[in-house]
Design a protein around this ligand. Sequence first.
Ligand code: MN
Ligand code: MN
Length: 268
Amino acid sequence: MYHHVKNLMYAVNVGEPDVRFGRMLLEQFGGANGELAAAMQYTLQGWSCDDPERRDLLMDIGTEEISHLEVVGALIRMHFKPMKKELEDAEQDPLVAVVGGGGLNLFNSMGNPWTADYLKIAGELDVDLRNNIAAEARAKITYERLMHLTDDRGTKDALQFLMTREITHMKAFSAALESLGKDPFSIGKLPPTPGLVDEYYNDSTGEDPEAGKVGVGKWIEMNGLHVVDSPFSFDAKGSGLTVDGHNGHNGKSSTRPRPTSGAKLKTA
Ligand code: MN
Ligand code: MN
C-alpha cells in the first residue's frame, strides 16, 4: 500500500533556474540510471521475492527511490520555469516546452522515452542484488557528474543528499548479498566446467601505441585464474592473423573451441 506525504524527502531550493541543467537532470528522472528505473527495479524484485527479510529491504529502498524521483522532479520543475516564457529557453527542449508545456514527463536528457528495458531483473536474489549494487554505483556517479555541472547552491545540496543515499543503498544491498552466505562465484545451481573456468584468454596481440608493451597483470590470478595464450597468433611480417594450437602458460592446450578452417579472420 502506498501513501503520499506532502513534504519532499529533501527540501529543494533553486536560486538560478537553468533550463539546460534541468534537461540534464532528466537523466535522473526518466533515464536509464534514473530514479524511476531504480524504484521500479527494486519494487518489482520485491513483489517477486519469496524471502521476507530481503523483500522488506527491496520494498524499503524501492519506496525511497520514488521519494528521490519526487525530489528530482521538483528540481527539474524549478529549472524548467523560464521555458514557459522565453523562446530561447523553450528552444533548449522543444519536446518538453511545446508538447509538455514545460512540465515533467518520462524522458531522458535526449528526449528518449523511459522504457522497462532499463530494468535489470533476473529473478534470482543474489543476481538481482548484484544488479542493484551496480545500479546504485551508476546513480552515484551520475549525481557526481551533475554536481560538477551546476553552481546553484540549492541544487548542489539536493544532489549531494541524493548521491549520498545511493551509497547508503549500495551498503544495504551489499549487506543483503553477503548475508546470503553464498560463494561469490557460485551463481545459479549448475557448476561451471572445472579447468575451463580458471582459464583467462590473453586475446590481445601487439603493443599499445601509447603505453607500449602491456601484459596481463599478475592480479589476474587472485581468484585462481591462469593466463592462456590466444589461439590466434599474429604474424609480424604482415600476413595477418593465423590460427594455431598455441599452448597455454601451464603447458596444456587451451580447451577453447577453435574457429573451423574456413573461418574468415580479419587481417590487421
Ligand atoms: Mn535514488
Ligand atoms: Mn538508490
